[in-house]
Design a protein around this ligand. Structure first.
Ligand code: F0G
Length: 471
């Protein structure tokens, strides 16, 4: 992993730029959208950025999921698709890539991350069991709940404080896990649901020491750990940068060591692995694999394609290898930090430290006069779109949903608007435009009113809920 590239040469010569280790070969024109068009589009979308047509969007920071630019090599791989129903050669390439980079033994492809979450939840959770996790993720928790599980947040308290500068805000609080085991008994815990970089906390990493200690604790009680490896390569960058003893280890070596402390993992390959669609589930235990391999046939497709075309699996295999290159990750995180630094310099409240895949604006501090029940983060996403056609996403009370038992809103401590940076897609100048627009919205904050929810779907309401402006 230490080839001499402009990046590593730059480090030798003391240059600090995170410049991308690629150049652009193909471009997709962007469309500037007029203010009148934006107002109309937003009203039609019920003030929910998920309901905007992408044609009405200028810079799309809704998500880093499935929005990456693939490399020339990945596109070449698309031409090598072996579209056999069974035993496609691309499946074996993918299996090999996952075994090589994540170290898990048995692989089940799925159409995307939530397909894997579904299979894992159905096979490993008995109704009434607890599923401790380092903060919830929307689809992950829903699948755990639909299997009868009860999610318990065991992330360290620092993660809930957007201003706390803890270097590993994704860490599991081992004391909380111990207490849960004491109270409920190990047999009532399905598994630990561990995420590498915690999306809802602001893309915050987990340290190697934390996962090592978690494994030791779990071994004492016979509890398994399954890793949401969706952004594990990004997590590895923070370990390399911040954790003693890892500065000279490659991203690939760090990912492999981290995964070795877990019993299996799942992936939304639409993130780290640089593809537009795909996912997988991988475990070391043969018996569990047998069950998963059986169940995937019911919900996704045969166990050698899991809902994917052969060409998609080939692009994923190649993307998996590319995602582990140190230069790539350094530029990836470098770009996110560049935007974060601009916003910090301009006094705009964001989650600190800046995490892996996105900037999370702290909507509570941005709009202190808008109560959480009037959806400050949703309001901010709407205002940013109105100002410039930039699309972001709510990650606050709307995303948190309702408690299935009581029917009350979950009121998360974090009320955030996420500016998610797609991989290898936008330039530094685009980041400047985003910062400038956010500054204008910030300067106008006092005149801004909140929203009222006028339509609420039953599941994952943030995707389809509709709102109207108050006042
Ligand atoms: N786990 C994490 C940490 C995720 O961020 C996502 C998706 C999933 C699982 C589910 O994977 O979408 O492939 O089914 N996150 C996207 C986002 C939707 O925008 O953060 P999926």
């Amino acid at each position: 992993m230490t080839q001499s590239t402009p990046q590593t040469m730059g480090q030798q010569f003391g240059r600090r730029s995170w410049a991308e280790p690629w150049k652009i070969k193909m471009v997709e024109p962007l469309r500037m959208v007029s203010r009148a068009e934006r107002e109309k589009a937003l009203a039609e979308a019920g003030y929910n950025t998920f309901l905007l047509r992408s044609e009405a969007v200028y810079i799309d920071l809704l998500t880093d999921s499935g929005t990456s630019a693939m490399s020339d090599r990945q596109w070449a791989g698309m031409m090598l698709g072996d579209e056999a129903y069974a035993g496609s050669r691309n499946f074996y390439n993918l299996e090999n890539a996952i075994q090589t980079y994540y170290g898990y033994r048995h692989i089940v492809p799925t159409h995307q991350g939530r397909g894997a979450e579904h299979l894992l939840s159905q096979t490993t959770i008995k109704p009434g069991q607890y599923v401790p996790g380092n903060m919830y993720f929307t689809t992950t928790r829903l699948h755990q709940e639909m299997a009868g599980g009860i999610f318990v947040d065991v992330i360290i308290d620092e993660a809930h404080d957007p201003a706390n500068l803890h270097p590993f805000k994704g860490n599991v609080d081992l004391g909380k896990v111990e207490a849960l085991i004491q109270e409920k008994g190990a047999a009532n815990i399905a598994y630990i649901s561990l995420a590498g970089t915690v999306n809802m906390a602001g893309g915050q990493p987990v340290s190697m020491q934390n996962v090592r200690e978690l494994r030791a604790l779990c071994d004492r009680h016979g509890i398994k750990i399954y890793l949401d490896a969706t952004r594990m390569a990004e997590n590895a960058y923070f370990i390399q940068e911040r954790e003693p003893g890892y500065a000279d280890k490659s991203i690939a070596a760090i990912v492999l060591e981290f995964c070795s402390y877990t019993h299996g993992g799942w992936m939304s390959a639409k993130k780290d692995s640089l593809v537009n669609i795909g996912g997988w589930l991988a475990v070391n235990d043969w018996d569990l694999f047998e069950e998963l391999r059986n169940l995937v046939v019911v919900f996704e497709g045969l166990h050698t394609y899991g809902g994917l075309a052969g060409r998609d699996m080939e692009a994923m295999a190649i993307g998996t290898a590319e995602s582990m290159q140190d230069d790539h990750i350094r530029a990836r995180i470098g770009q996110v930090r560049y935007l974060g630094q601009l916003l910090t310099d301009w006094g705009i409240p964001i989650v600190q430290p800046v995490g892996g895949h996105a900037i999370f604006v702290d909507a509570r501090r941005f709009y202190p006069h808008i109560p959480q029940g009037e959806f400050p983060a949703q309001t901010l996403a709407a205002q940013l779109y109105l100002d410039s056609g930039i699309r972001s996403m709510e990650r606050g009370v709307v995303s948190a949903g309702r408690n299935a038992k009581t029917g009350d809103h979950y009121y998360p401590k974090l009320e955030l608007t996420r500016l998610t940076i797609p991989r290898r897609v936008y330039t530094q100048a685009h980041m400047d435009v985003v910062a400038e627009s956010l500054k204008i919205v910030y300067d106008n904050r006092e005149q801004t009113r909140g929203l009222r929810m006028v339509y609420e779907p039953k599941y994952l309401r943030f995707f389809q809920a509709r709102f109207e402006p108050l006042g």
